[in-house]
Design a binder for this molecule. Sequence first.
Ligand code: SF4
Length: 395
Amino acid sequence: MLRNDSKGFAKVSQALSRIGMMSNFSPAPRFSSQRREGSSLLPTCTMDTPGTRELRPRFGAGDRPPSSPFTRILELGAGPRHLELCLRAWLRGEGLGQAAAHRAYPLPAALRRALPGLERDLASILRLRREVPGTRGTARLVFETRRGGILESVLLPREAVCVSVQAGCAVGCLFCKTGEDGFEASLDALEICAQVVHARRRRRVRRVVMMGMGEPLHNLGAVLEALRLLGGPGGFPHKQLTVSTVGSPALFDRCLREPVRPSIALSLHSTYEEKRAFLLPHAPRIPIPELLDRAFDYARRTGWPLQCQWTLLAGWNDGPDEMARLAAHCEGEKVCVNLIPQNPAEGLPFEAPPEGRALECLEILRRRGVFTTLRRSAGTEVSAACGQLRARLRP
Ligand code: SF4
């Protein structure tokens, strides 16, 4: 799981499954540059669905990260319970010293001696490059991975944190700064979790939303692994873990088989097939009614309402026709539509509609009985849309 070879993966996952964590943990992966769902710590990623372009990471095969501190913990004589204590301490932002303080399961002496070095290794998973505080408790954090990938996280109001699952993104949404800059590399599970650890060291975190850079569908193995860690030793209620995706039946099927089932935020943005395909050029081509049916089915089975993400783009998807069609899809379903006025972003050709127009959209949906919110991007005041800070830091 946490090491860049199948032996390390098997070792940690077996240790955790013995104590009932990660019961459905994937078997040791076959590492290849192609399909790799269930693998971890690989710098490359694959597309799990047809209709999307090949990913071409900027990092070469020689840039793989060093072995995980957690496989080293096992090599230092730790049993499954010790491993769980260490994972728990790290994921909750407490530091490994907390694991050492546990009386019922004293850590082996060799492991105790190695703790300072392991702490340093864990701290080096992500290097903070920049922090821009905003209002209402928000802050934008820019990190660099050990392989040189740059990514962003956002501390959101109401004790939430928004994390990235990739450096860059291959979907290429026309209204997104990250999409404009393209794909750089996929993050591994520890790099995804390390963003939460950084947030927890700053303040209390009750909710994690994977809505930052990247498409979870394109990095599904690492995303599911991170969810198991966050919903297991990380202690987050599963409903408080949200994955934002352009969606595919494969993703819903896979999440239903997982021990940690996240809530889903589906990036819809249009009810017209051609317009959606234009705005999200490399999203899987799935008929919208089928995509929504699968998403509503997932919501019914998990009990977590579907969040339907709709970036309001003036003149594109803010008309009464779109709202009426969206309402027709959503009526009677377990869904919350989030209307998000477009963030201003240098170089992007879209604008948010005037406030009055956005309120009309809200009204149309609410009159049809669809639970709807109109959001103001919490990141606006900390340098606007996702990807802008990263773009400025790139050489
Ligand atoms: S909106 Fe999301 S899926 Fe689309 S390009 Fe940006 S990060 Fe990728």
